[in-house]
Design a binder for this molecule. Structure first.
Ligand SMILES: [Zn+2]
Length: 264
């Protein structure tokens, strides 16, 4: 029987639907419904890696309708403890340009109406001052050509921003804008997983460029131009990962606390 076990996961974003060459698909059911797609499990340089396309096969789920809880729960249930999360982002400020790869270090939630917790009873408050795993972020950011730092604002979508919204976000000093980075990161924290985003800048957001503003074709075209580079980079990162829990509290923040949900 093929393995149902992986220690590292990659959650692919828009334009990133496959990662593993020699993989088999695993159906996972969760208390929260089905994940976006069956999880592909395969070997990357000696490590068992799970791959899940965030938007499902053929981009079935728009950002606001992704079952983020099922996705993170499913990955953990396979043994995953470290999650690499590539995503497409817009640039808000001049310090980034299309084609750049960035590991942001902060997040601002501007989504609305999404279920963003496994907590459904009791008084649990989840530490989230630093939303990403510092260890995993360092390893990803050490890859060639990757920048580290900056704030990613996550908006509800599926529409893009107005010019005024975009200018407002830029004026706050925020660098990147995206539609899926939340609640994915906080659910990973609740699942006690190490999680690091890797943002590919596909365009400059509406308010910071002249012309028509960002379009969907532009986003997908930029992702297509960079997909091989991104896959190579992630495969390299997988080979460099330290043991889970080294240098971070992602797996231990709830030590001594009775969690009001079940960790698979
Ligand atoms: Zn960690």
């Amino acid at each position: 029987m093929p393995a149902r076990h992986a220690t590292v996961a990659v959650i692919g974003g828009s334009g990133f639907y496959e990662f593993l060459d020699d993989a088999h698909e695993v159906e996972v059911s969760t208390p929260y419904g089905d994940p976006s797609a069956p999880v592909a499990v395969g070997d990357v340089r000696g490590t068992q890696v799970a791959f899940l396309p965030r938007h499902g096969k053929g981009h079935a789920f728009p950002p606001h309708l992704i079952n983020y809880r099922a996705n993170l729960w499913a990955l953990r249930s396979l043994g995953v403890r470290q999650v690499l999360a590539p995503c497409a982002v817009g640039g808000l400020r001049d310090e980034v340009a299309p084609g750049d790869l960035v590991v942001p270090d902060q997040l601002v939630d501007r989504t609305s109406g999404r279920v963003q917790s496994y907590v459904e009873a009791g008084a649990l408050h989840v530490p989230f001052a630093d939303p990403y795993c510092p260890t995993l972020s360092q390893v990803v950011a050490a890859a060639d050509g990757v920048e580290h730092g900056g704030t990613m604002v996550v908006v509800e979508g599926p529409r893009f921003s107005t010019r005024a919204e975009s200018q407002h976000y830029a004026a706050q000093g925020w660098t990147l804008i995206n539609m899926t980075g939340h609640p994915e990161a906080v659910l990973a924290r609740e699942m006690q997983l190490c999680y690091a985003p890797l943002a590919l800048v596909t365009d400059m957001d509406a308010g910071v460029q002249t012309g028509e503003g960002v379009g969907q074709e532009e986003v997908f075209a930029m992702f297509a131009r960079n997909i091989d580079r991104l896959k190579d980079l992630l495969a390299g990162v997988v080979g460099e990962l330290p043991a889970p829990g080294e240098g971070c509290a992602c797996a231990s923040w709830a030590d001594g606390i009775d969690l009001p949900y079940v960790l698979p």
